[in-house]
Write a protein that binds this ligand. Sequence first.
Ligand code: DQA
Length: 155
Amino acid sequence: MLNITVLNGPNLNLLGVREPEIYGATSLQHIEDLMRMNLKNMCSEKRSGSAVSLAFFQSNREYELIDKIQEMMNKDKQYIIFNPAAFTHTSVAIRDALLATKIPFIEVHLSNVHAREEFRKKSWFSDIAVGTITGLGADGYQLALKYIIDNYDEL
Ligand code: DQA
């Protein structure tokens, strides 16, 4: 069983109402519902429905994200889709948790962080991520999921 956890950092609980001109009008709940639906479709195509689980966790607190990542340590077949939000640009502590656990992850941002303020160009995660998706809005989460299902070896 492959366990995919979708982690979202601070203020992403406000998606849909928070600066929609930058982050879009789609709520986090809707993104999660779409991911569940897409996973079902992708897995029935691959005939691997029961081989993948999808879990979601959002927090405004750095330590809760670290605890969540540590919970996955030493468990078999973990994968993370991660939008660290503002912690992208600040959190050595979350970076260290990902390095410690060695869980593969894809970094996702709704906005194109490279086309915004200077401070958003620095990510503590991009160099240790499997890959990054930035600027494709809510689709970024679906694309990350598709990548994992298409490319994870043992499905
Ligand atoms: C974000 C970009 C970050 O710079 C910002 O702090 C966020 C969201 C994005 O998804 O575009 O909260 O990660």
